[in-house]
Write a protein that binds this ligand. Structure first.
Ligand code: SF4
Ligand code: SF4
Ligand code: FES
Length: 356
């Protein structure tokens, strides 16, 4: 049965010269219909000038990305009844708040410029296969299991929801970003590609590349296709550090080694050692001897002073850090993992039992 809902839509027309404003529309729909249905009803019956991009209305084409009640998502994939309940919990008025996605310029109302940000970043990662050598007489033969690794990244429909939600992008607009980096893994993980090391080196050396992600999980939470872009970025890092030992000028390699070595030694994070060990590619000794590490340590003195001032680092804590009482169990886990011939990658996108 149809119910009444209120949509509070952010309106903006850059060509009008007027600032953005909010406008409310009442629509009548069954709760199982989508927020997109509501927007289209408002546009059809009340104001034909509402700008919204959409096509498939079935969560396939990726064109209807918007923010609903502050969360980036597909309008066609969001039930209007649930959005209203969510709005009731979040906002006093209870109207469903619909606004354009973040981190991209608004072209009109709910339409953002995907070319200016999302597609530009996708182009940045060279989104096509670069095979090595002469092509085979017929097609490339690839074992099916080797493609499992990249199926998750291949599920991306380029809706831009992760780009909209990315916190690193908010502070660094040059960050390559979650969708483009997930796309990069699609080729890095493809056995037919002949430029794996070059791609990884490029993305590791770029100051806005794989080490610019802060693990905030926002992209994982909003992706409507479970691509989990952050997981793909972590895979790129593991390939860069673990498989190719790429020692990048961003200290991403050193930072990862620092974390691993500190946990192996203490079981918990020794914050005061993180910085020097990162500069020393994981080693405290190297951080004191290597001229480049010493230079970086000197340059980071203001950060250390800030840490001391804020209380995050104290002289006592800097020198003394307790080991976990059962630290030997942590070491045992390390040994067990290191004794494996191959790294075990868990692709959480593939579900089911081993024997299926
Ligand atoms: S996890 Fe990384 S890529 Fe994903 S939204 Fe956060 S900062 Fe951006
Ligand atoms: S990774 Fe997910 S959220 Fe990001 S563009 Fe692709 S489908 Fe959309
Ligand atoms: S209209 Fe195609 S994904 Fe929503």
């Amino acid at each position: 049965m149809a119910e009444d809902y209120t949509l509070k839509i952010r309106r903006f027309d850059p060509e009008s010269g007027e600032p953005a404003y909010w406008q409310e529309f009442k629509v009548g729909l069954e709760p199982e219909r989508s927020v997109l249905d509501g927007i289209l009803q408002a546009r059809g019956d009340q104001d034909g000038s509402i700008g919204i991009r959409c096509s498939c209305q079935a969560a396939i084409c990726g064109s209807c990305g918007v923010k609903i009640n502050g969360r980036s998502r597909l309008a066609c994939n969001t039930l209007i009844g649930e959005a209203a309940e969510d709005a009731e919990r979040k906002f006093d008025g209870g109207a469903i708040v619909v606004e354009p996605m973040g981190n991209m310029p608004v072209l009109k109302d709910l339409i953002v410029d995907m070319d200016a940000v999302h597609w530009k970043k996708v182009q940045r990662v060279v989104p096509w296969l670069i095979p090595e050598g002469d092509p085979p007489a017929r097609e490339y033969i690839v074992p099916a299991e080797s493609m499992i690794d990249i199926t998750q990244a291949m599920a991306c429909i380029h809706c831009g929801a992760c780009v909209s939600a990315c916190l690193s992008l908010e502070v660094d607009q040059d960050f390559i970003g979650p969708a483009a980096l997930a796309k990069a893994y699609r080729f890095v993980g493809d056995p037919r590609d002949g430029q794996t090391e070059e791609r990884l080196k490029d993305l590791a050396e770029d100051p806005h590349g794989i080490y610019d992600c802060t693990h905030c999980f926002s992209c994982v939470e909003v992706c409507p296709k479970d691509v989990a872009p952050m997981d793909q970025i972590m895979r790129l890092r593991r390939r860069a550090t673990g498989d190719y030992e790429i020692k990048d000028s961003n200290n991403g390699y050193g930072h990862e080694k620092a974390f691993v070595n500190i946990i192996e030694k203490y079981g918990t994070l020794h914050e005061a050692q993180l910085l020097p060990r990162s500069f020393g590619q994981g080693s405290m000794v190297r951080s004191q001897l290597d001229p480049n590490s010493l230079k970086q340590l000197t340059e980071s003195l203001p950060t250390v002073v800030n840490g001391l001032k804020s209380g995050k680092v104290s002289p006592v804590k800097a020198i003394w850090h307790h080991k976990l009482p059962d630290q030997k169990n942590v070491r045992r886990i390390f040994k067990q993992i290191e004794s494996k011939d191959e790294r075990l990658e868990l692709n959480l996108y593939i579900v089911g039992e081993d024997n299926e």
